[in-house]
Write a new protein. Structure first.
Length: 223
């Protein structure tokens, strides 16, 4: 079964996890994240139980593990920070594979790595098993402020539009022989980013005016 039924993060399926109400899955994710954050960083057996719970949910959902792993690259900046912590933190030191590192930094880095990985996997599982419109409906059912839900809805809707615009700008630069290989080309990229921001802002204004002309009163009607 192919992915991307409603969004690039969503994996189309008919498992019990897919069919579960969106607001219930959001509450479960929130409770899971609170438990992970509140767990002391040296309670490793409990972290193993958390990971096992995610594995069970993924198995029930029949979402391929590789599908989630490919999208977990978003965690890379946190992984790099976790790796650096033992070398930049102060306090008592210890040796790991012959390298002297901060003991507090090592413990904090491992905790950040474990908690961050659990959070990313749990969030990706929710996104993979829930359509974006169902997530938004679930947030509304949980009485999240309407304006905030609308902002999220437009963000999901126009993320691909802005990404497509950015790709077209990249093609236009490359067709003129531009190839960013060194810092001297960064000003060009900065101007491109500025132009993309202006275009996106203007597009947002046009969309808002079009909505007002069609009777928009601050609440998006649902079919």
């Amino acid at each position: 079964m192919g992915a991307g039924h409603g969004h690039k993060l969503h994996y189309h399926g008919h498992s019990p996890v897919h069919r579960a109400p969106a607001h219930v899955k959001i509450l479960v994710l929130l409770g899971f994240m609170v438990a992970v954050v509140a767990t002391p960083r040296d309670w490793y057996p409990l972290y193993a139980a958390y990971f096992l719970a995610i594995v069970v949910v993924v198995a029930i959902s029949r979402v391929p593990p590789t599908y989630l792993l490919k999208r977990s690259v978003v965690e890379l900046p946190f992984l790099l920070f976790a790796v650096l912590l033992p070398f930049v933190a102060t306090g008592p030191t210890t040796e790991v594979l012959g390298v002297t590192v901060s003991q507090h930094g090592l413990e904090a880095g491992v905790a950040l790595l474990v908690k961050g990985t659990l959070g990313v996997l749990a969030s990706l599982t929710l996104a993979a098993t829930t359509e974006p419109q169902d997530l938004l409906a679930g947030l509304e059912r949980l009485h999240l402020p309407s304006q905030l839900v609308q902002i999220m809805a437009f963000m999901v809707r126009y993320l691909d539009v802005v990404t497509g615009e950015m790709q077209r700008m990249k093609v236009a630069r490359e067709s003129r022989g531009f190839d960013a290989r060194n810092p001297r080309h960064w000003p060009v990229l900065a101007r491109s980013a500025g132009a993309l921001f202006i275009r996106s802002y203007e597009r947002g204004e046009r969309v808002h005016l079009a909505m007002l002309s069609r009777g928009y009163t601050g609440k998006v009607p649902r079919p």
